[in-house]
Design a protein around this ligand. Structure first.
Ligand code: MHO
Length: 214
C-alpha cells in the first residue's frame, strides 16, 4: 500500500542504532528503516568487528510528508553529541548526506545547534554517505523482534525485517514512541488482523512514553 510515494534517504549515526530505529520508525513520513554500519573505510564490518565504522540508521522517507530539516530536529533532540563525555567511534554522532541539498541543510543546522548549545562543543561530523553495510538480522527492528509470536504471525522473514513498512512502524510504536492516539490514527493502514491489532494496541498503551533503551 505504499505506492506512488516520492522517496528520499537520510543516514544518521546517533548512538545505539536500536533506539534510533524505533524513534524514526514511529515518525510519520518515514517509510522504512535499516540499521547498519557506515562512516568508515573497513570492508564488510560486523557488530563484533566494526572497524572504523559507526552504528547508523538508514531512513527512507517521503519528503512531501516530512522534510530533511524535520528529521534533523529529531536527530538533535534524541542523542548525545557534546564533548562532556568522549564518544566511542561505534556511537559517534554522524550526518551522512546523500546530496548537496542535504549537505547544505545539515551545515546550516549544525551552526544553529552550535549556537544553541554553546559553550558545549558539538562533535557531530557531516560527511558524504559512502558505503552502508546492513547490520546482522538480529539487530533489524530489534524492539519488534522481542515480540516473537507477532513477528512470525506477520511472516516477517529476514528480508522483510529490513524492507517492510509495517515492521518499521511497529518497531517504533511497540517501543512506546508516537503514542496511542497516533498509533490508532494510522493502524488501519497496517493491514493487521484483529488479533495482531489488539496485541499491538495493548503494548503501545503499556509502553507509551517509556523512553528508548539500548
Ligand atoms: N547494550 C547493548 C548495545 C547494543 S547496540 C546495538 C549491547 O551491548 O548489546 O550497540
Amino acid at each position: 500500500h505504499q505506492v506512488n510515494v516520492t522517496k528520499a534517504t537520510a543516514t544518521f549515526g546517533m548512538g545505539c542504532f536500536w533506539g534510533a530505529e524505533s524513534l524514526y520508525g514511529a515518525t510519520q513520513g518515514v517509510l522504512r528503516t535499516t540499521v547498519g554500519y557506515a562512516g568508515g573505510s573497513a570492508d564488510l564490518p560486523t557488530y563484533r568487528k566494526m572497524g572504523d565504522h559507526t552504528e547508523v540508521l538508514e531512513i527512507d522517507y517521503d519528503p512531501t510528508v516530512i522534510s530533511f530539516k524535520e528529521l534533523l530536529d529529531l536527530f538533535w533532540n534524541n542523542h548525545e553529541y557534546g564533548l562532556t563525555t568522549p564518544i566511542k567511534r561505534q556511537y559517534a554522532s554522524l550526518i551522512l548526506y546523500h546530496d548537496d541539498e542535504q549537505k547544505q541543510i545539515a551545515e546550516a543546522s549544525i551552526k544553529e545547534e552550535q549556537e544553541r548549545r554553546s559553550p558545549e562543543i558539538i562533535t557531530t561530523e557531516i560527511s558524504p554517505k559512502k558505503n552502508f553495510y546492513a547490520a546482522e538480522d538480529y539487530h533489524q527492528k530489534y524492539r519488534l523482534q522481542g515480540h516473537k509470536d507477532l513477528v512470525s504471525s506477520l511472516n516477517l522473514n529476514q528480508k522483510l525485517l529490513q524492507t517492510s513498512f509495517v515492521a518499521t512502524k511497529l518497531n517504533g510504536y511497540l517501543a512506546g514512541v508516537g503514542g496511542v492516539e497516533q498509533f490508532k490514527s494510522e493502524v488501519e493502514s497496517f493491514g493487521l488482523t484483529p488479533t495482531q491489532r489488539q496485541y499491538c494496541n495493548h503494548h503501545v498503551e503499556q509502553n507509551e512514553g517509556q523512553g528508548l533503551y539500548c
